[in-house]
Design a binder for this molecule. Sequence first.
Ligand SMILES: Nc1ncnc2c1ncn2[C@@H]1O[C@H](COP(=O)(O)OP(=O)(O)OP(=O)(O)O)[C@@H](O)[C@H]1O
Ligand SMILES: [Mg+2]
Length: 425
Amino acid sequence: MIEHMTIHSRGFNKVYFDKLKDDTALQIFFGGSSSGKSVFLAQRCVIDVMQGNRNYLCVRNVKATIRNSMFNEILKAIVQFKAMADFKINRSDLVITCQNGYQILFAGLDDVEKIKSISPALEMITDIWVEEATEIMPNDLKQLQRRLRGHTKYSKRVTMSFNPILQSHWIFKKYFGKWEEGMKQYIGDGLSILKTTYKDNKFLDVGDIKLLEDETDKYYRDVYTLGNWGVLGSVIFKNWEVRDLHNEFVNINGKQTCIIDTFDNYKNGLDFGFSIDPNAMIRTHFDKKHKTIYVVDELYEREMTNDVLAEVLKPIIGKEYIYCDNSDPRSITDLRQSGIQSLATKKGKDSINFGIDWLLRQHIIIDIRCQNFKNEIQQYKWKEDKDGNALRVPVDKNNHLLDAIRYAYESESMYGDVKAVRAFY
Ligand SMILES: Nc1ncnc2c1ncn2[C@@H]1O[C@H](COP(=O)(O)OP(=O)(O)OP(=O)(O)O)[C@@H](O)[C@H]1O
Ligand SMILES: [Mg+2]
């Protein structure tokens, strides 16, 4: 135990306090957005590791999403406890080592080899925290649980945190059999479930609370304000599937070639953001003949200035064109001056619905690494009237990469199909 840890109960939300010492083998923290789940689990992780005998493996479905979520959250907890001097932080390998030798390790499920071989400097992993666990598949969880097998006198735990995005999700089917509406907590059979909402988080300011309370869309209100399992009514896109494109091969002149290496018709799009909205870039290949779009790469980053954005984009898109949101001409110019072939979209009346209609007529194949795009497309929905009928207006939420893909195909959708263009003008 490190003696000088600065931990005051006032730094915690009360609802989670009992969970600091909960040894249940499988723990679920779910509920509305901004309910304090991630901050608490990061705090618990740091405390556990500082107390010794516990090593953490922090997991998300895709490695690229870790640094800006759980890794940062854990750094913030270390700062909150004024424990910076007790930790060595290796930012490039994503390894945090406490001076007592115990560690916090991070891995994406897309890094299969790392997951298999990862082992802490001392003893073994006792805790696995899966953040945004609705992103993972049941078999992934099984593999992770298997990871904890082995002898140690300390309890071993898997903790999952997430928003309850869809009642049809396997997590709901598998673990919520005894869960009833109105419950806040369930404990039994090696499973503990805690539901929280923004009301459990004393650290929110009035602006944050107002945004959640003002939500008018029923689905978004259920899931993100009230923390209830969502039932998605008028979902827009069903014409997509997720595949592991890096491990898909085609026969070219007798040679097995990764399908991505055969792509030659790239269409890129970019939606600008900074603090609240992210910069969202999508890179796709268009197989026009088969009306198929392959989503190959994405970027989804907040607080990124245009010069940094240009540097990040260069190795990904090189000299390819990228269609950008025309409402930010200054950023488009910045990128062009940094060597990116950025072009402004034209937009125009009804361009959103027009773009959506065109995308609905294609088949969309998403590489498994493009987690943010998958998250967006699966929840993109039409607004509904009070009887639940779909209106022809998409809910303007969680649609940054979806905007980017519309931009990428603006000219294709407007001018590629002459009949459609006539209908448009
Ligand atoms: N213990 C805490 N101390 C200080 N601030 C906190 C604490 N817990 C939560 N907050 C504040 O509340 C915000 C929301 O908390 P957090 O990100 O943990 O919510 P969440 O339940 O993980 O939300 P989401 O479902 O959207 O991921 C944090 O960004 C932080 O500003
Ligand atoms: Mg969170």
